[in-house]
Design a binder for this molecule. Structure first.
Ligand code: FES
Ligand code: FES
Length: 182
């Protein structure tokens, strides 16, 4: 999946130099030139201004997916998104997921010893989780190839790809069970 880089240039000219956005359901206001600068990224705003350090900035160049968050339902690269482009948008970071979230549960189970691990150092994991979250919202019953395609924008330097793909399958099964129990 190609992670999205927003193209809402209209937001580059911010009225009153005020940026308002929702992060994990909570509204925040930032003042341009005071709280943040025009060139600051969304990754910087989330990590340094809001303390949401789950997302990682690894390449800072749009190449690894470690900084993935969800904006209005779509997985985006927060290192390639200006903070001002998030004006008026709703952002979800890994901190905003419920502790029983099926994607988190699937990744956690897939890191148990003897189960094949989706996590060694864990540096890539928040980015993968958010990519998978947005993907399964769109496609809750993916094929193996669709899972591979969906994960293609995220890099795991520990090489856990096979187990990460298994986590996605297990997350999809959990979501399907949850839905059939409702
Ligand atoms: S840190 Fe954003 S894509 Fe690598
Ligand atoms: S688990 Fe180490 S980079 Fe993926």
């Amino acid at each position: 999946m190609n992670l999205q880089q927003p193209n809402n240039k209209a937001h580059v000219s911010i009225k009153d130099h005020v940026i308002r956005l929702m992060v994990n359901g909570i509204g925040h206001t930032f003042y341009l030139g005071h709280d943040i600068e025009e060139a600051d990224t969304l990754a910087y705003l989330l990590r340094e201004k809001l303390g949401l350090s789950g997302l990682k900035v690894a390449c800072d160049d749009g190449a690894c997916g470690a900084c993935t968050v969800i904006m209005n339902g779509e997985a985006i690269l927060s290192c390639m998104t200006l903070a001002i482009e998030a004006d008026g948008q709703a952002i979800l970071t890994i901190e905003g997921l419920h502790k029983d979230d099926p994607v988190i549960a699937a990744f956690a189970e897939q890191s148990e010893p003897g189960y094949g691990t989706a996590m060694q150092c864990g540096y890539c994991t928040p980015g993968f989780v958010m990519t998978v979250k947005a993907f399964l919202n769109e496609n809750p019953t993916p094929t193996g190839q669709e899972i591979k395609d969906a994960l293609s924008g995220n890099i795991c330097r520990c090489g856990c790809y096979a187990a990460i793909a298994k986590s996605v399958e297990h997350a999809a099964e959990k979501i399907s069970r949850q839905e059939s129990n409702q």
